[in-house]
Design a protein around this ligand. Structure first.
Ligand code: 2HG
Ligand code: ZN
Length: 462
């Protein structure tokens, strides 16, 4: 407590009044993310320059204060949740975006720029930073990189780590380090940029990044299909891939997800046949008569139950809004557990069936929602409390189920987290995805970067 008071006094010597927040309501906002956990830091700092970030970290090192680096806080595993005696270091005021370097096809941005603002900056140049997230209006580049964000275009472009050339970081001790400011090639030993990317704020604070850009697809076609089973979705994936155009997206959701979006957000599907699952395929090519014939052949060969091609940009938006609205539509219903599974595609159907069976056998009193990135082998499973169940029963049911779920993942060669990271919520299960040797390296690396253990303590591993 004395340390906290000392921090506030000293921080106010180099930050303005509005850059250090201590109001409990504001602290709890900044200390929480989109996961079911919430936090209550003692203060929030809003630096406006890298020098101020460095000064803050120096001070926190001296006083041994835990620091939770903070972006748009749209994460789902509690990675940005801040404990009682910690400081939230928000990058929100550092959102400058430099001019696009068209020759290099890169852009230098401060960590607090929102993903959407970066997209908008690139648009007039025919370039994209290809990380496409439903939360792009709120999430920030620093957070995208710190969590190695995935999203809706991973099948085409990979995750965020592929789209960064340089990072400016501030270490726990308060030193500013440039990791490959703007050159393309730098084959000089360990790749520290890639170590920091995905480290969830446990190794350093990202203050700036040089993002790698690519050209906007020349054309794309959006298909919306109804299908009866996961098996058919995988068959459809094979067929879509053999069209020899790159897939920009291959997303799925269950009937229950569609109902939820229809009911909660007033959106509607234009398919006529009611199906167990729906699939959005976006192909990087213009619509041709051949593709229309292909869609018809999918119906006649019973791979799909129904299908349509989005012809106008409104229709495309309408199809995508069904998928993008799922998380929001499920968010006001009481208890919710979110699982972000990564599975080998060859056995994905059996594993999903096994998980469904387990939910039944364990009599989990909840509604079940499957959706997400089937083309990447990464379905999301959301389990939502029903009215007939109390919060206590729901939590107890889920806790029992979780233990079995993660065992199933281990046995199937999957991962407990595909794209959402580990944070606090998946930490207890990391042994299912990482060996003892890997975890020992994690600790050694953490110790090398942050010997006092002040950066986002308790996240990923203890
Ligand atoms: C998505 O793919 C996000 O829409 C959110 O990763 C997933 O809410 C979820 O479980
Ligand atoms: Zn996702």
């Amino acid at each position: 407590v004395n340390r906290n008071a000392a921090f506030i006094k000293e921080a106010r010597a180099f930050l303005s009044e509005s850059q250090v927040l201590t109001d409990p309501q504001e602290c709890s906002n900044f200390g929480s993310d989109w996961s079911r956990l919430s936090g209550a830091p003692f203060a929030v700092a809003l630096p406006e320059s890298t020098a101020q970030v460095a000064a803050l970290l120096k001070l926190c090192s001296e006083l041994k204060i835990a620091v939770v680096p903070s972006g748009g806080r749209t994460g789902l595993v509690g990675g940005a949740v801040a404990g009682k005696d910690s400081l939230v270091l928000s990058l929100a005021r550092m959102h400058f975006i430099h001019k696009i370097n068209t020759a290099a096809s890169t852009v230098r941005v401060q960590a607090g720029a929102t993903t959407q603002a970066v997209h908008e900056q690139c648009e007039p140049h025919g370039l994209i930073w290809p990380i496409e997230l439903a939360s792009k209006g709120s999430c920030q580049i620093g957070g995208n990189l710190a969590t190695n964000a995935g999203g809706l275009r991973v099948i085409r472009y990979g995750m965020a780590r592929k789209w960064v050339n340089g990072l400016q970081i501030v270490t726990a001790a308060g030193n500013i380090i440039e990791l490959n400011r703007q050159i393309e090639k730098n084959n000089t030993g360990y790749d520290l940029i890639q170590l920091v990317v995905g480290s969830e704020g446990t190794l350093a604070v990202i203050t700036e990044a040089t993002l790698r850009l690519t050209t906007k697809p020349q054309a794309s076609t959006v298909f919306f299909f109804g299908v009866d089973s996961i098996e058919q979705i995988v068959a459809l994936l094979s067929l879509a891939r053999s069209r020899r155009f790159p897939l920009l997206a291959f997303e799925f959701f269950s009937r229950a997800c569609l109902r939820s979006v229809e009911k909660e957000l007033n959106r509607a599907s234009r398919l006529n046949v009611d199906s167990a699952f729906y699939v959005i395929v976006e192909m990087e090519c213009a619509l041709t008569p051949e593709l229309e014939l292909w869609t018809e052949s999918l119906v006649s060969s019973k791979i799909i139950t129904d299908g349509l091609i989005a012809h106008s940009s409104d229709e495309r938006k309408q199809v995508w809004s069904l998928r993008e609205g799922i998380t929001e539509s499920l968010s006001h219903r009481g208890g919710i557990r979110k699982y972000d599974l990564s599975l080998p595609l060859i056995t994905i159907q059996n594993t999903i069936l096994e998980i469904e069976n387990r939910i039944k056998i364990l009599k989990v009193r909840a509604d079940v929602f499957w959706f997400g990135h089937l083309g990447d082998g990464s379905p999301h499973l959301n389990i939502v409390q029903i009215k007939e169940s109390t919060r206590e029963d729901f939590d107890a049911d889920c806790d029992r189920f979780e233990t079995d779920l993660f065992k199933i993942l281990l046995e199937s060669g999957g991962s407990i987290s595909a794209e959402h990271g580990v944070g606090l919520l998946k930490k207890d299960w990391i042994t299912y995805s990482r060996t003892p040797e890997e975890r020992a390296w994690f600790r050694a690396i953490k110790n090398a970067f942050d010997p006092l253990g002040i950066l986002n303590p308790g996240k990923i591993i203890d």
